[in-house]
Design a binder for this molecule. Sequence first.
Ligand code: HEC
Ligand code: HEC
Ligand code: HEC
Length: 104
Amino acid sequence: MKVLRLLALVLLLLAPCTLQARWIKDKVLYTVADASNVEFSHYRHLEILGNNCPSCHNDIFHIVTAKNPETTMKAMEEGKSCGVCHNGTKAFTVADNCDACHAQ
Ligand code: HEC
Ligand code: HEC
Ligand code: HEC
């Protein structure tokens, strides 16, 4: 079953990315110990990026979430994880705008 699900996902990722992606879950919650939690919205990003799954998967974030290490802000400022885009060029930078991602 797990293999089938992965296969289906791989096929989907290879398909032209014009499809409506409402079957995936929207919010991904990052619990952050020493700052407030971060809620990532799939739907919002798909709206902005035009339903383009490969812009994140699997180079930046693996869909098998266990393969994604916890990241630090320092690593993001150096262009990892969210920081691939949130660098002040493609999107607002992680070096600032803390409350755009962290609720408080
Ligand atoms: C802007 C980046 C971005 C885009 C674009 C994106 N995702 Fe994701 N996706 C993420 C992040 C971040 C996670 C969470 C990773 C983690 O928890 O370690 C995730 C997780 C997932 C997961 C695993 C969810 C879980 O809880 O196990 C699936 C499945 C997934 N994405 C599918 C898709 C599909 C299909 C598309 C295109 C329709 C897509 N994603 C587009 C960033 C993105
Ligand atoms: C683009 C969204 C985004 C912005 C902007 C952002 N963060 Fe984060 N931050 C995250 C995410 C996501 C995590 C959790 C990463 C993980 O667990 O893999 C995190 C984790 C953290 C952590 C815990 C890990 C560490 O680096 O010690 C702290 C503290 C933190 N952020 C502070 C800040 C501060 C201060 C700012 C503003 C200067 C900021 N963040 C801006 C998304 C963001
Ligand atoms: C593939 C590029 C890409 C990645 C990776 C990415 N983002 Fe974004 N994100 C964008 C773009 C583009 C925007 C909109 C541009 C802007 O507002 O500067 C955006 C906007 C946002 C917004 C504002 C949403 C709104 O409603 O306006 C938040 C919050 C956010 N991202 C959080 C995150 C977090 C947290 C991560 C990592 C888990 C992440 N993003 C990873 C490209 C990306």
